[in-house]
Design a protein around this ligand. Structure first.
Ligand code: SF4
Length: 438
């Protein structure tokens, strides 16, 4: 996306800036768009807002980042860093203070201008703005907030804004940021403190959690819109808060990672936890893996995360016996079903919602449709196929009103091999990233 943006960028700027400014800004964009690619935490906003008479832009009901590139990146936000200058030395990060990467810093006005210009030309639907920590958490947060404030109250920008909430920034600044942004995210960086102690010793999980707690408190406090400058009305972070953790930089298991996520969801009402596979960086510390961990692992974590949030699974259920990592060859719901065959078959005509949600290949939306249809008729195989059930997986676990031959394999030793062909290794086949069907 960014190469496309860069092409447009040059054309846009040519008519409105002198050559010197153009070249400086182009260089900054190259550095700071590239540096932002390591942050995975932009996604569906969940906001619902339409353009008003004097504003520009809108956020549709499904959120502005609901489109994903095949590699999992969201593709419709201008995703940049305010700066990649950072006082911290997190070993897994290309922007750490000891890295000799090229540095750059936008001014607040430059980001405002870029956002508006790209938006007017329909290249983006909003802004995802993060930053390295320069000087202090407060100073960084202040400038991030200033971008959103100017966009909202001076230019009446109504598009999606996702701001980084800098861990340790003052409550006052976090409050301002949330009033201008749709979503804020505080990165926890690593799933456990022991990992931070090794790779980012100056950081603590508790500091990130304190900021998440501030955000949670403000979301509860500002349920009604607040009037800001120029009569702009805003709710506090209407699309909620999220976080991101790097996975695969240490030996920490999936089981521990998902335990952390479970506790973040329940303690801070997060909308999303993003898992970002560690990307090897130049001149990395020898303690870090030299190869990028499998993207499949990241996908399996997302699937498990969905099962915990929407399908009623507890993270412990997803790990059989002494396993600590999710199997890569099958999705976690299918693995659970294989390990718990006594739970099946589930009678689709009598089971309750929670039971039906446990059937591999039956997603949340399908369950709703099944329950609705069941009021007027008995459910047969063809009905399930028509309602969007992934029959190649569900057939072994579900009892229908008519004959379902797949059921004969439920207790077969070969069931796993029946499930393996054209495995669900592609995250986007087995889990719709927007709807979470799995
Ligand atoms: S604080 Fe953020 S930007 Fe700075 S080194 Fe750590 S991870 Fe990188």
């Amino acid at each position: 996306m960014f190469s496309l943006l860069k092409l447009y960028f040059i054309r846009i700027l040519y008519v409105s800036m002198n050559e010197l400014s153009l070249e400086k800004l182009r260089k900054k964009l190259k550095v700071l768009a590239d540096a932002a690619k390591y942050d995975a935490s932009c996604s569906s906003s969940g906001g619902a807002r339409t353009r008003d008479a004097k504003g520009m832009g809108n956020v549709n009901g499904m959120g502005i980042c609901h489109s994903y590139a095949p590699d999992g990146r969201c593709i419709s936000l201008l995703k940049i860093l305010l700066t990649n200058v950072c006082i911290y030395d997190c070993k897994f990060c290309v922007n750490r203070v000891s890295s000799d990467t090229e540095r750059a810093k936008f001014t607040v006005d430059e980001i405002v201008w870029l956002t508006l210009e790209f938006y007017r030309r329909n290249y983006i639907e909003g802004l995802f703005l993060s930053s390295g920590i320069f000087n202090s958490s407060d100073e960084t947060m202040e400038q991030l907030t200033a971008v959103a404030r100017i966009l909202r109250t001076k230019h009446f920008f109504n598009g999606y804004i996702h701001l980084k909430a800098v861990a340790g920034a003052s409550q006052e600044l976090i409050e301002k940021a949330g009033l201008y942004a749709d979503r804020v995210s505080t990165n926890i960086e690593m799933p456990i403190q022991e990992d931070l102690d090794v790779l980012a010793p100056a950081k603590t999980i508790s500091e990130a959690q304190n900021t998440m707690n501030d955000v949670k408190g403000r979301i509860l406090e500002f349920k009604k819109p607040v009037k800001l400058a120029n009569n702009v009305e805003r709710k506090f972070a209407p699309a909620g808060q999220s976080t991101q953790m790097v996975v695969g930089a240490t030996q920490t298991s999936d089981k521990i990672i998902l335990k952390t996520s479970e506790s973040l969801y329940s303690n801070f009402s997060l909308r999303r936890v993003f898992y970002s596979s560690y990307s090897p960086i130049p001149f990395a510390d020898a303690i870090l893996p030299s190869l990028k961990p499998s993207l499949k692992r990241e996908n399996r974590l997302y699937q498990a995360d969905w099962l915990i949030r929407f399908y009623g699974f507890d993270s412990n259920e997803l790990f059989a016996n002494s396993d600590h990592n999710l199997p890569l060859d099958l999705d976690p719901k299918t693995v659970w079903a294989l390990n718990n065959r006594h739970y099946f078959p589930i009678n689709i005509n009598t089971a309750n919602r929670e039971e039906i949600l446990r059937i591999p290949g039956v997603g949340v939306r399908s369950v709703q449709k099944i329950l609705q249809l069941r009021r007027s008729q008995k459910i047969r195989v063809q009905d399930l196929k028509r309602l969007g059930v992934v029959w190649k997986r569900a057939q072994f676990f579900v009892e229908t009103y008519d004959s379902n031959y797949g059921l004969r394999s439920l207790n077969s030793h070969h069931l796993k091999s029946h499930l393996k062909p054209d495995e669900q290794l592609n995250f986007f086949d087995s889990l719709n990233a927007t709807t979470g069907e799995i």
